[in-house]
Design a protein around this ligand. Structure first.
Ligand code: GLN
Length: 542
């Protein structure tokens, strides 16, 4: 049977529960245990596919086509492991399956109740993950903050798990310790309150991870130990770090790994942190930089600039930079600013490479197309991801092939034969407003044409990549675009779909219909990103 470690958060959101969960998982994996991680999102949304990326961050997609929270991406990146749909659940998804079971008389006529039937469903899902993945450890991150109504039933499930398996269940509380500038002291009270709120749910934290700008000192640890009812050794310092990949090593230094094993009566199988230590050393060492611009629209939130919507893209760029011994410098360029301002285009000169990532809807489209035209004409390395590939196709059709009206049906539903059209099977779905979980999702095979940049990057003919889209390259336009020099470098042969486009006489101009960023890992950087960064480095020297 697996061991289960629940991770909950206190004080406020965004303190790094996901990175903490992934880091604990990594630490246990490095000690020779088979480890996986589950994310619980306390939303009514059945999956993350219908959530706005500005509000909820990136929608991560697994190989098996689940649209889930970005934390699943963290787990995959830390564990260098593909994670499946069972590792993600939402309130909506849990209720949906309980209600479906009730409709199928799966409860044999008994009254179905919120407690215990909902927590029981949660527990059975968690156990299923442990069993199917044959894991020694299952980490379960409960989204939200203790004290909220929204995640109560998940905490209830955690409490029930402890009751069922007291020797195999642990609780970690991640809190935040603010330091008020004018007073200059790190305050523990919010942490104390959070630990009590967790107690109210019938749970005693086995560990408290104290997130703060600096490490927790002895008096702070002592206070938390006394007031939150746990051994001082189990109060773990989690200061801000330059790179989240440092966290597993910091936790290990704080003795967290050993303490977890001690509580569960387990011994390390082997200890191997070497690969990870080397990675962190590469990240931290001084190296020349490469400057990448990302042209998007999901990072503006009032006065703030958020990067969560593009987290996998950012991580993939970083992985590829580290693989090329470069310091990544990533900047945000607002697509709309390029629309009516040709001078602004000159800004592109300041970047070694440009990425147009995925996106939906018409806002910002013309700005992105202008940037792509600039990159094509001025030989700036360009990497288009999903929407970025579709827009590169449109730009090429308009400005090279002379198809002035070229666009996507997504932006103009009345157009007759757009270069980017809706996929056949999507038509009825959209008509019936059947939006949830119905895009072309998950891993699909793609054949790469020899002699292309993509072939050089992948070094093989058949690849699998993850998708999330409803529109695609319209095959009616293949001939004319190819005749004008567009290289169709990757095809899905079963469905006859164009998956990769390239340009020949350009240092790097590649557009992919899939999301390669989702498969990039720090220990296994994505080959297309690695090639893109190589070209960007070469461009920087010009
Ligand atoms: N909006 C486009 C489509 O649905 C692109 C999607 C994306 O970039 N993920 O096809």
């Amino acid at each position: 049977m697996s061991n289960y470690i629940f991770v909950a958060g206190g004080v406020m959101s965004s303190v790094g529960k996901g990175a903490s969960t992934a880091s604990i998982a990594k630490m246990l994996e490095s000690r020779g245990f088979k480890t996986t991680a589950v994310k619980i999102d306390p939303y009514i949304n059945v999956d993350a596919g219908t959530m706005n990326p500005i509000e909820h961050g990136e929608v991560f997609v697994t190989d098996d086509g689940t649209e889930c929270d970005q934390d699943i991406g963290n787990y995959e990146r830390f564990l260098n492991q593909d994670i499946g749909s069972d590792n993600y659940m939402t309130t909506g998804g849990v209720y949906l399956s309980v209600i479906q079971k009730e409709r199928n008389l799966g409860f044999d006529g008994k009254c179905v109740e919120v407690v215990p039937d909902i927590p029981n469903e949660v527990i059975s899902r968690i156990k299923k993950v442990g069993k199917n993945t044959k894991s020694d450890f299952v980490l379960i991150e409960i989204g939200g903050t203790v004290g909220e109504y929204q995640n109560q039933l998940f905490l209830e499930a955690a409490r029930m798990m402890k009751l069922q398996h007291p020797k195999k269940t642990l609780f970690v509380l991640v809190t935040y310790l603010p330091t008020i500038k004018t007073i200059g002291e790190m305050k523990t009270k919010p942490t104390q309150t959070s630990a009590r709120l967790l107690n109210e749910a019938g749970i005693q934290a086995d560990f408290i991870l104290g997130r703060a700008s600096v490490p927790l000192d002895e008096p702070r640890k002592r206070k938390i130990s006394i007031f939150c009812n746990l051994d001082q050794k189990d109060v773990i310092s989690a200061p801000d770090v330059d790179s989240i990949y440092e966290i597993p090593l910091n936790f290990e230094k704080e003795g967290l790994g050993g303490r977890i094993l001690k509580k569960l009566n387990l011994k390390s199988k082997k200890k191997n942190f070497e690969e990870w230590e080397n990675l962190v050393a590469t990240i931290k060492k001084e190296k020349p930089s490469v400057k990448i611009g990302i042209v998007g629209k999901y990072f503006e939130s009032g006065e703030f600039s958020l990067t969560d919507a593009y987290i996998s893209v950012i991580e993939a760029v970083k992985h590829a930079c580290w693989a090329n011994n470069r310091e990544p410098v990533i900047e945000w360029l607002s697509a709309q600013k390029f629309e009516n301002n040709d001078e602004y285009l000159e800004k592109i000169k300041g970047y070694d490479g440009i990425i147009v990532p995925g996106g939906f809807g018409v806002r910002g489209i013309e700005g992105k197309i202008k940037v792509i035209k600039y990159c094509r004409e001025n030989k700036v390395p360009y990497f288009g991801l999903c929407l970025g590939m579709q827009l590169a196709t449109i730009e090429f059709a308009r400005n090279v092939c002379g198809i002035k009206e070229a666009t996507s049906r997504e932006f103009d539903s009345s157009i007759k034969d757009p270069v980017i059209d809706i996929m056949e099977e999507q038509k009825s779905l959209l008509k019936n407003k059947d939006y949830g979980g119905t895009m072309r999702l998950g891993s699909w095979e793609c054949s790469i044409k020899q002699g292309t940049k993509s072939f050089k990057a992948y070094g093989k003919e058949t690849i699998q990549e993850r998708h999330r889209h409803r529109y695609e390259f319209n095959n009616n336009h293949r001939k004319i675009l190819e005749k004008n020099g567009l290289v169709l470098a990757g095809l899905n042969n079963t469905k006859d779909l164009v998956e990769i486009i390239e340009l020949k006489n350009h240092p790097f101009f590649v557009g992919v219909q899939f999301h390669p960023e989702l498969k990039s890992r720090p220990l296994a950087p994505h080959p297309l990103f690695v090639e893109f960064i190589k070209a960007s480095i070469a461009n920087a020297h010009l």
